[in-house]
Design a protein. Structure first.
Length: 342
């Protein structure tokens, strides 16, 4: 298949630069992957659409304020985006500068008080060693790593809203955005209704926004992301499906986590990096419904949802969402997809 098979036109004004006033206040386009039928709802309506015994699978990664500004010791301005914390004081990062820093050079970040040594390169990333633990430094000096299409500086409110209410484990540099629509009250109502929930962890990397630079999607090599799927999650999935109830993955990250753990055909605990690439033709093993946002044209995430609900159905739904004025991408509206089974 060609990357160009996953394109659509989107007016710039439909890119959401700010979140909805209330987390549950977004619209939700519902798509049946078998029939292609589209319904327009509000996100809060998901409460009436899930049934007792269904299993909600949420990604509990926490977005770290991974973007820092500063200068080289020699004076040139730089921007650093931490991609992965490898050790307490060692990280892999993107570094934007007029001239790439050389191994052994020193970067001065934040207000100049944070001294970082460039130890080398790992592919396109720089290996950076901090003098002290990284996470406290990021909390004090870092900025929330808003996606490039939001094209504005982050504000204080983004530390709250570009984070799910159930975020727990530090490590993501992009939010699992489908989870942003849930607030504590909605989760409590779903629990009272008998909808179960479990948590996986996938630390979303900035590679999620990288364009696909090949013509044939089969030639694309996925970036690696760290995933944890526990035995508790696996057992909950097995029991849910044995009862004839549905596994509802919140976000493509939860889908990738569950399907990585199901690579053998049966879900098993998984911990480590995954490069799973899901595109049309993939046979899903552990997910029945998916909550997701709208994704970038020609992106691997659009390919994933097309595999789940059918490419033609998904692209028609995207065209309908554009025509109906939906808000797109990380701070935008939601979709509820029912898996294509025929």
């Amino acid at each position: 298949m060609q990357v160009s098979d996953f394109d659509f036109d989107l007016p710039d004004e439909q890119i959401a630069r700010f979140p909805a006033e209330d987390r549950t206040g977004s619209r939700m386009l519902c798509l049946n992957g078998n029939s292609g039928i589209i319904n327009h709802r509000q996100f809060a309506d998901i409460e009436s659409m899930l049934e007792p015994g269904d299993l909600l699978v949420l990604n509990n990664t926490r977005v770290i304020p991974a973007r820092m500004y500063g200068q080289k010791e020699t004076g040139g301005k730089i921007e650093v985006l931490i991609e992965r914390v490898v050790e307490d004081n060692l990280a892999l990062a993107q570094v934007r500068a007029s001239k790439s820093p050389k191994p052994g050079s020193v970067l001065l970040l934040g207000n100049g008080s944070v001294r970082v040594v460039v130890e080398g390169r790992q592919d396109f990333l720089f290996i950076l060693r901090f003098e002290t633990s990284i996470f406290p430094i990021l909390l004090e000096h870092g900025h929330m790593p808003l996606p490039p299409y939001i094209d504005r500086e982050d504000g204080d409110s983004d530390r709250l809203r570009y984070q799910t209410v159930f975020a727990e484990k530090d490590g993501a540099v992009a939010a699992p955005t489908a989870g942003l629509h849930f607030d504590e009250a909605l989760l409590a109502r779903l629990e009272a209704k008998g909808v179960n929930k479990v948590f996986v962890t996938l630390h979303v990397g900035s590679g999620t926004y990288q364009p696909v630079r090949v013509d044939k999607i089969e030639d694309h090599v996925m970036h690696a992301e760290y995933i944890e799927v526990s035995e508790q999650v696996c057992q909950a999935v097995r029991e849910t499906r044995a009862r004839g109830c549905r596994v509802v993955a919140v976000g493509t990250t939860s889908v990738r986590s569950l399907e990585s753990a199901s690579a053998s055909g049966e879900i098993q605990p998984f911990q480590g990096d995954s490069t799973i690439f899901i595109y049309p033709g993939y046979a899903f093993k552990s997910v029945d419904l998916m909550v997701t946002n709208f994704h970038l044209p020609q992106s691997t995430l659009l390919m994933l949802v097309s595999a789940f609900a059918g490419r033609d159905h998904v692209l028609r739904a995207y065209d309908e969402a554009v025509a109906q004025g939906y808000r797109f991408f990380s701070y935008g509206d939601a979709m509820l997809l029912e898996r294509k089974t025929v």
